[in-house]
Each structure stands twice: as structure tokens, then as C-alpha cells.
Design a binder for this molecule. Structure first.
Ligand code: ZN
Length: 363
């Protein structure tokens, strides 16, 4: 990778920090040439009004957070409506790249056993199917846009507990895995300068910082050298039975910013791993699960990160990836609180950090 060939920002303003140089790979065409920008040069944000569905009264999952995330971003003028991209329903074919035909058939047609539904945490409904397909389509679109623009963020996604043949822990379709698999199988590596040693397809690094281990994703790619799964999570939290990611960092209960983050600079525990992973694995794309359930006020997390800690975390991950010229797409991941407004603001931290990276790095 030749970082010395940076060509400068086409709009010719804002000095570009040293660590944010973007090399030539973004100029290359990708498989999604049909993608058309909504008409803004700002950070692409992928959202669909149907990321939500009806749930029974007093259901624990804070479904209302998804539209609120976009509302908060617009109200606070973090983004404008021109930056919003709208995904399509993910196709059954693409889903079958990861999920079994039997599972996809039963989930889409509503014949999932009651006990299996109970394990997912959601009662089946046509609206649930539609929501999950838009959400997975959103992650896929964010990844495709990121391949063109360098960085893109969805306002949903991160359903990392779903396995090929079943849902689990509020996750029905594994959007991260479906996206990684589709991008691997749909084209060859972007750059002839890539050090890719895999026989075909892009190499994808999944950075999963949700407080729960990305067990479904780890299982799906356990024998796939072209996808590297990296999970930092609360060791004692769900799932009790962990899978083996390519790299797992299990944290003790009540880990605070001070331990999760290195003090004095925008870096944290994973600085010991992420730069080295990027340099050795040389991914063509990073999928980043920016779960906010490590927050101190989260109902299901067992860690004690603050808003500032999450912001520093997200900023560090995205800057580190972008600085190497690697495209990165983000999903919101887990976050659980009764106050949906507060939760939406928490989820918007990754978009705020991404906006800073977008500006500072001249994307
Ligand atoms: Zn989680």
C-alpha cells in the first residue's frame, strides 16, 4: 500500500492530518457502479424507515431507537437529509450465502418453531421479517458505499448472534456475516497492490466491540481465512457458551474507560491489536460493530464506559482504519435502555465520530 501517493482532497479545503491520508484505492471502480449518491459530499448514512416493526406491549427490545437515531442526527445537524441512503430488502439469494435454505424458508414464511422463536427474543411476524431484511440490506449498502467513499454508517445492524440455521439473542439474520460473505463472493480484490493471499474475493476484517461476543459471526467464519473476526466483549456476559473468534478479548466486569482506553490519547485497549491486524491481514474492507452496550447505563452490559469513552473508541477505530486506506462500514450494534431518546443519542456517537473522521480525513 502506498500512502505516499495521496492526491489531495478534490474540494481543496481543510488541511488533512498526517494520520488520515487516503490512498488511491478509493478511485477504483467496484462492483456497485450502479450506486448513485443521494447528492451530498458528506458522510453517507444508510437508513430505512422500516428498520422497525411492531412488538408486543412492554417488550424489552427498544425497537423505537432506530428512527430516533436518524432524527437525532438531523435535529443536531450532524448530517443533512441529502446524506441519507436508502437500502433495499436483502435478497433470499444473498441470505443463502450464510444461512441455510431451510432456515431462510422457515423464517421468511413464518414456520419457525415456537421454542426457536423464544430463543431469538422476538415473536415472528411479517413485519419482523421485513425489518431484518431491510436492516441486512442496510449493512450491505453501507459496505458497498464504503468501498466507493471510504466510510459509511448504517443506523441499524450488528446482529452478530445469528447462526446459519437459527436466530439467537435478538438476532435473526447475521447482517455482518451476510455482507462479508456477499462481498467476498461477488468480486475480486479491489487493488492489484493488495497482498491478498486468498484465492478469490475481498478480505474482510470484522471488528466487533459490542459488549457481547460476536458468537454467530465467529462460528460462521471459523474456517474462512478470508474473513478475520475480532471481538472485544464482557467475558461473563451473554452468550454463556462462547465461540472462538480469530481474536477474542474478554473483559472483566465493570471495566471502565481508564482500562478500556489508554489515558492521554485517543486510543484504547485494542490499540494493542488493531494496527497489527490491519498491517498483517491487509483487509479490503472493515465492518465495524460499534455496539453501545459497554456503556455504564446500559441495562444488559456489564462494563462502565462513558459517552466520551465510546466516542474515543469509535474515533480511534475509524481513524486507524482510514489512515491505512482501508474502507470501513459501521453498524450500531447493541444498546439497551428504557429511555429510547437517551439511547438514540448514545447510538449516534458513532455517526458523530465518523463525521469528524470524514472531515478531518478529507473523504
Ligand atoms: Zn450486545
Amino acid at each position: 500500500m502506498n500512502r505516499g501517493h495521496y492526491r489531495g482532497h478534490p474540494r481543496g479545503h481543510d488541511p488533512i492530518p498526517e494520520e488520515c491520508q487516503w490512498p488511491y484505492r478509493r478511485q477504483r471502480s467496484v462492483s456497485s457502479e450502479q450506486l448513485v449518491s443521494p447528492g451530498s459530499g458528506g458522510l453517507p448514512v444508510v437508513h430505512h424507515s422500516r428498520y422497525v416493526c411492531e412488538l408486543p406491549p412492554r417488550h424489552r427490545f427498544p425497537m423505537g431507537k432506530f428512527p430516533r437515531v436518524l432524527q437525532v442526527l438531523l435535529q443536531d445537524q450532524v448530517i443533512s437529509e441529502q446524506q441519507v441512503w436508502t437500502p433495499e430488502l436483502v435478497s433470499e439469494d444473498v441470505l443463502r450465502g450464510v444461512h441455510t435454505a431451510e432456515y431462510i424458508h422457515s423464517f421468511l414464511s413464518g414456520t419457525v418453531e415456537e421454542e426457536a422463536q423464544r430463543r431469538t427474543g422476538f415473536p415472528w411476524s411479517p413485519g419482523l421479517v421485513r425489518r431484518c431484511r431491510y436492516e441486512t440490506g442496510g449493512t450491505l449498502l453501507a459496505a458497498e458505499v464504503a468501498l466507493q467513499r471510504g466510510l459509511a454508517c448504517s443506523t441499524a445492524g450488528g446482529t452478530h448472534h445469528a447462526y446459519p440455521d437459527r436466530g439467537s439473542g435478538y438476532c435473526l439474520l447475521n447482517d455482518l456475516a451476510v455482507t462479508a460473505q456477499h462481498l467476498r463472493s461477488s468480486s475480486s480484490p479491489l487493488s492489484s497492490s493488495s497482498s491478498s493471499s486468498s484465492p478469490s474475493g475481498r478480505k474482510v476484517l470484522i471488528v466487533d466491540l459490542d459488549v457481547h461476543q460476536g458468537d454467530g459471526t465467529a462460528f460462521i467464519f471459523k474456517d474462512e481465512p478470508g474473513v478475520f473476526t475480532f471481538s472485544v466483549h464482557s467475558q461473563k456476559n451473554f452468550p454463556l457458551r462462547k465461540q472462538r473468534s480469530d481474536l477474542d478479548v474478554g473483559l472483566p466486569d465493570a471495566t471502565e474507560d481508564g482500562r478500556y482506553l489508554s489515558t492521554g490519547k485517543l486510543a484504547f485497549l485494542i490499540e494493542a491489536h488493531l494496527p497489527g491486524l490491519l498491517d498483517s491481514f491487509r483487509p479490503d474492507l472493515v465492518l465495524y460493530d460499534a455496539g453501545v452496550d459497554p456503556h455504564q447505563d446500559d441495562e444488559l452490559g456489564r462494563l462502565r464506559l462513558t459517552d466520551r469513552g465510546l466516542y474515543q473508541r469509535d474515533l480511534y477505530v475509524m481513524k486507524t482504519v482510514v489512515a491505512r486506506g482501508v474502507p470501513i462500514a459501521t453498524v450500531v450494534g447493541g444498546g439497551y435502555a428504557r429511555d429510547v431518546d437517551k439511547l438514540a443519542v448514545r447510538h449516534s456517537i458513532v455517526h458523530r465520530a465518523a463525521t469528524q473522521v470524514w472531515k478531518e480525513c478529507g473523504l
